[in-house]
Structures are given as C-alpha cells and as structure tokens.
Design a protein around this ligand. Structure first.
Ligand code: ACO
Length: 320
C-alpha cells in the first residue's frame, strides 16, 4: 500500500505582532481583558498593504521545501488553501508556482475557508495515493485582515494573517492514516463574506460577517465528531494520539474540543494566543511551530481537525 507522509513543514508570519492593546490604541472599542477572556487571543500578525497571500505563501513554501530536503523542481502537485487569494484569477497556487520557479506541475486553489488546509491535504493525499503524483506542496495562506470590518469589534479582533506549508510524499512508510471531509451549505449564513466583484465594482457586502455564538456551538460539535470519525477509521482511540491540532479559532473552542475527546491540555497544540485565527493557515502554522520547537517528533500520531465557513469541516490522522 502507498502512504503519503509529511516530509517537511514551514510557515511565515508577516511583520511584527500586533497586541490587543495596540488594537485598542488604534481606536477599536475593546480591551485586552475582553479579548483574552473570550478568545485566548493576545496578539496577531497583520500583512502590510503591499503583501498578498502569495507573498506570505512563498517563504512558508521555501521553508517547507528546505525542511524536506527538496528543491522546487521536485514538486509535481501544488495546492494552496485560501479564501483571500491575490486575485479572482489566476489562482494563488499558479502565482506561487511561478515565484518558486516550477515550470510545470498541477496547481490549483482550494476554498474551504478555515477547513481549507485539511481539505487541501486530503485532496493531495488522494492524488498521490492514486499514483499520478509523487510529491505535493500544500500551503494554507491568508490575509484575512483584508476582509475584516475594522468597525466591527466582535469580528476584527479575532483574525490574523499568515501562511503554513507542508511537503507531502508518497512511499511505503505510514504517514496519513485516515481522513474525512464534510460540508453542510445550509449553515452558509452564520459565517460569510457575502459580496462579489461585478462590473468593475463590489456587489453585496465584502466584509466578514459572523454569528459568533452559532459558530462556537457548531465548531465544538463537529470538531469532536470528525476527530472521532478518523480515529474510528484508523482503529485508534484519543489516548493513542500524541498531539491534537484543531483549527486555531478560539482557545475556548480548542479546549472544549480537547476536553470532549478526553485529551490532556498538554497534548493540545495552541498558537491562537499569538496568531489569532489565520483561517486556512492556522493548522499548518501550528504544526510547523510544534515540529520546529521539538514537541512533535518522528513517529508521533497527530490529529488535524478543521472547521470553517460553508460550513465545512474535516480531519486528518497522521503519523509524522
Ligand atoms: N471587545 C469588547 N466587547 C466586545 C467585543 C470586543 N472585541 N466584541 C463584542 N463585544 C461585546 C458585545 O458588543 C456584547 O456587548 P453587549 O452585551 O453590551 O451587547 C458583549 O461583548 C457580548 O457579546 P457576545 O457576542 O454575546 O459575546 P460572546 O461571549 O458570544 O463572545 C465571540 C463573542 C468571542 C465571537 C464568541 O461568540 C466566539 O468565540 N465565537 C466563535 C467564533 C469564532 O471563533 N469565529 C472564528 C471564525 S469561525 C472559525 O474559524 C470556525
């Protein structure tokens, strides 16, 4: 049987961290205490005006390639998960491909909002397992600061910008053990950017809108369900996991998910406190951080679980 395995990780955060106090000093009617208590977020990174998703994706991808001991030409499949692409088209994946100097490989974007990285990794896994591709670069890259209403304190304090990447390779050694993807478009209205480009202008509302409490309840329920689903598929239990990396939306969502699964806080990877919610970039950013600081080691079983607008959700159980 052919497995796919992560052989390198990388990430990139733009500029200096912006603290909660700095947001308040910029005129947002909020406090560090409110944000920390409700979300666990202490800071986030915000892209400069000239930086787009591909600008954040490039150094993350280069770091993942270097960690994998690969050069760009070794990649034959490139998938970027993003909901804040550089352009309507071409895809951010094609822009990144050109900047990496890869002259020919399949390249496309996946749009599943905060589940985007889990979706993209699952698609890459299936394409490698089919035998048609050998080595994939999978990136989550977002500039959510561009779609935030900075007058809406209930949403603008939650998000940040960044990128994370992995190199995935086919082989005989176990890597991805199980995956599951879900979506239910009936819940589109609780988290959306309900605008569009039309005739040279924007129609509808180009800002992120969210029913926070509905999102909270939905996220905690499906993260637990989908984590159990992939564990069941692999014949494993929560106790068999070394690490749980849920989408970094809110510390209360992460902690509630770990508690429902019976996973100790020490086995939960948390980066939302310093990154905010970076949507499709949040899981690969957290993964890269935990790999580089030595928490995640070769052979560790890791469960990645995402949930986001759509609504979409999914999980991947893997061995590093
Ligand atoms: N600073 C200070 N006060 C605030 C802020 C803020 N940044 N934002 C809202 N408030 C106020 C509200 O105006 C309200 O005031 P009022 O009582 O005078 O009307 C009060 O705080 C309570 O507001 P709620 O919306 O009821 O606060 P809640 O406890 O639900 O927390 C939050 C809001 C943090 C958004 C919570 O619902 C949540 O975490 N939801 C999950 C959403 C999430 O994580 N989304 C990420 C994207 S989705 C994803 O990634 C899957």
């Amino acid at each position: 049987m052919t497995f796919t395995r992560i052989i390198g990780t990388g990430s990139h955060l733009p500029g200096p961290a912006v603290s909660n106090d700095e947001l308040a000093a910029r005129g947002i009617d909020t406090t560090d205490a409110w944000i920390r208590e409700r979300t666990g977020i202490g800071a986030r990174h915000l892209a400069q005006p000239h930086e787009a998703a591909s600008d954040l994706a490039l150094p993350a991808a280069q770091a993942a390639l270097s960690a994998a001991g690969c050069v760009a030409a070794d990649i034959d499949l490139l998938i970027v998960a993003t909901s804040t692409p550089d352009y309507v088209f071409p895809s951010t994946a094609c822009l990144l491909q050109a900047r990496l100097g890869i002259n020919d490989c399949a390249a496309f974007d996946v749009q599943a909002v905060c589940s985007g990285f889990v979706y993209a990794l699952s698609v890459a896994d299936a394409m490698i397992a089919s035998g048609r591709h050998r080595r994939a670069l999978v990136v989550g890259a977002e500039v959510f600061s561009r779609i935030l209403d900075w007058q809406d304190r209930a949403t603008c304090v939650l998000f940040g910008d960044g990128a994370g990447a992995v190199v995935l390779e086919g082989g005989e050694r176990p890597g991805i053990l199980a995956s599951a993807l879900h979506a239910d478009g009936r819940h589109a209205g609780i988290l959306s950017v309900p605008g569009n480009v039309r005739g040279g202008g924007v129609t509808g509302d180009p800002m992120l809108r969210m029913d926070g409490q509905a999102v909270f309840k939905f996220a905690v329920r499906v993260l637990d369900e989908v984590a159990r689903e992939v564990l069941h598929k692999a014949g494993l239990k929560p106790a068999d996991l070394a690490w749980l990396i849920p989408h970094q939306a809110n510390l209360r969502i992460l902690s509630a998910t770990a508690k429902k699964l019976g996973i100790a806080a020490e086995r939960l990877v948390v980066s939302v406190d310093r990154h905010g919610n970076t949507s499709a970039a949040s899981i690969p950013l957290a993964l890269d951080e935990a790999v580089r600081d030595g928490r995640i080691r070769a052979g560790d079983r890791v469960l990645l679980a995402g949930v986001g607008g759509g609504f979409t959700w999914g999980a991947i159980l893997l061995e590093m």
